[in-house]
Design a protein around this ligand. Structure first.
Ligand SMILES: [Zn+2]
Length: 93
């Protein structure tokens, strides 16, 4: 069983959460000038790394708030959890 520490509710079982995929940089500011290729890359292309990965999760069966998780995709070990919009604790390394 994987325990995820919701920044608002504390540790809960993984079954209460849903993963929203890779945490990415901000949405492109001027979407009118984007090419179809650039827009498609932003919407659909993911890095899918082996190892350290930053993901967005939502506490779907709890407070329903979004937050970021730094997780190892090989070991499933969660190393950091922080609120969406906050700076990652310990910096963005
Ligand atoms: Zn919560």
């Amino acid at each position: 069983m994987l325990l995820i520490h919701c920044p608002w509710c504390g540790p809960r079982e993984q079954t209460e959460f849903s993963c929203g995929g890779e945490a990415r940089s901000a949405r492109p500011a001027d979407t009118d000038t984007l090419t179809d290729q650039a827009w498609g890359d932003y919407l659909f292309m993911r890095r899918n790394p082996r190892g350290r990965c930053l993901e967005q999760w939502v506490h779907a069966h709890g407070c329903r708030r979004w937050f970021n998780v730094e997780r190892d995709t090989v070991t499933y070990r969660i190393t950091r959890v922080y609120k969406a919009g906050d700076e990652p604790p310990g910096g963005d390394s």
